[in-house]
Design a protein around this ligand. Structure first.
Ligand code: UT7
Length: 343
């Protein structure tokens, strides 16, 4: 896989959250739900929501600026962006983001893997580095879930939030801190129907007819997704850890997609990882899709919950279905907290 023997090394990270906070209480005023139910079943207390008119690229640009600053660079050789909420169906969101960041005419494209998008984008970016196509890649994950969530669906409206995270990868060697271990990925399209937006693509065409009611919204079969998420993340974490000779139960930190605190706990329990090693800020930001992992990493590092030398196991799961895991020894980075516009 690694044609040139060059590893992808984490050189910077950043994240951004829109300032508007929506609490469980706010949701309970318009949905048949309660703060107690949401906290108990998901671990979420509040999430951020982008202002009307704010698009995914707007969040992506902010997070990317933080990551470039953290990496101490103003230029990269490629931009890989992942999102479930692109600004438009066509073209991809990455070229606009690259242009707005002043990165010139570098290759820029989107990768789609729903909530696993960041790990897929990392794998693709590491491949660009290994192949010698790029020395430095900006990887961005940004989501405006509020643009695809049915505000009346209590099964999704209480979980998802908006946000963005980004990292800069540079060419380096496999034995230095920040070097990514092999990214292990998987998918099962036979279960694609468990998470989908039925309308808006070529299957349900916009041929002058409006979509069937509700089909333009994000839908999730929560209970089945939950079960699959636990099984897949547990298994893929074992594979990624084994690939670098780590015992999953001995890692310093588990950084898992912030899907639901009960999912995080179930995965950690199965892997033998103690609660104190599990990074989580789901209470404050909810499930931010593909942005979840880089947001979690940036926030955890900024607040000292992730330290240089920590052996970190990363994992995610999402629509497709898709899943993935990777390992990294956390490097010394300067990262600003994305949760600074406190209320
Ligand atoms: O990011 C991509 C991957 N996503 C995930 O991994 C999310 C996975 N799924 C989940 O996090 C959970 O399945 C949910 C949080 C979506 C739902 O939690 P659950 O514990 O699986 O609940 P459930 O769907 O089994 O529903 C239990 C009960 C039902 O009522 P009955 O049938 O027992 O009377 C639901 O109607 O809870 C009800 N319910 C709610 N009640 C209050 C469902 N949503 C809500 C709500 N407030 N928001």
């Amino acid at each position: 896989m690694n044609g040139t023997g060059r590893a992808a090394v984490l050189a910077g990270a950043g994240a951004w959250l829109p300032p508007q906070v929506v609490t469980n209480h706010d949701l309970s005023l318009r949905l048949d739900t309660s703060d107690a139910w949401i906290r108990q079943r998901t671990g979420i207390a509040e999430r951020r929501v982008a202002a009307p008119g704010t698009a995914t690229s707007d969040l992506a640009v902010e997070a990317a600026r933080q990551a470039l600053k953290s990496a101490g660079t103003a230029s990269v050789d490629a931009v890989v962006l992942t999102t479930t909420t692109p600004d438009r169906l066509c073209p991809a969101t990455a070229p606009e983001v690259a242009a707005r960041l002043g990165l010139g005419t570098v290759p820029a494209f989107d990768v789609a893997a729903v909530c696993t998008g960041f790990l897929y984008a990392l794998a693709v970016s590491a491949g660009l580095i290994a192949a010698g196509t790029a020395d430095r890649v900006l990887v961005i994950a940004a989501e405006v879930y509020s643009s695809i969530i049915d505000p009346n669906d209590r099964g999704t409206a209480v979980i998802f939030g908006d946000g963005a995270g980004a990292v800069v990868l540079r060419a380096g060697s496999a034995d230095e801190p920040g070097a990514l271990g092999p990214v292990v990925l998987g998918s099962d399209g036979e279960l694609g129907h468990l998470i989908q937006i039925p309308a808006g693509g070529s299957r349900q065409r916009k041929s002058g007819l409006p979509p069937a009611p509700g089909d333009e919204f994000f839908r999730m079969a929560g209970r089945e997704v939950f079960r699959n998420a636990v099984e897949r993340m547990t298994a893929v974490c074992r594979e990624a850890a084994e690939a670098v000779g780590w015992e999953p139960g001995n890692v310093d930190r588990l950084a898992a997609h912030q899907a639901n605190s009960r999912i995080l706990q179930a995965v950690a329990d199965r892997l033998g990882i103690e609660g104190g090693q599990v990074l989580s800020h789901i209470e404050r930001v909810g499930n931010t899709g593909a942005a979840s992992l880089p947001l979690l990493l940036a926030d955890s590092a900024a607040h000292g919950r992730l330290s240089p030398g920590d052996r970190v196991l990363l994992t995610a799961f999402g629509g497709g279905l898709t899943w993935g895991a990777a390992t990294v020894v956390w490097p010394r980075l300067h990262i600003e907290s994305p949760i600074r516009n406190e209320v």
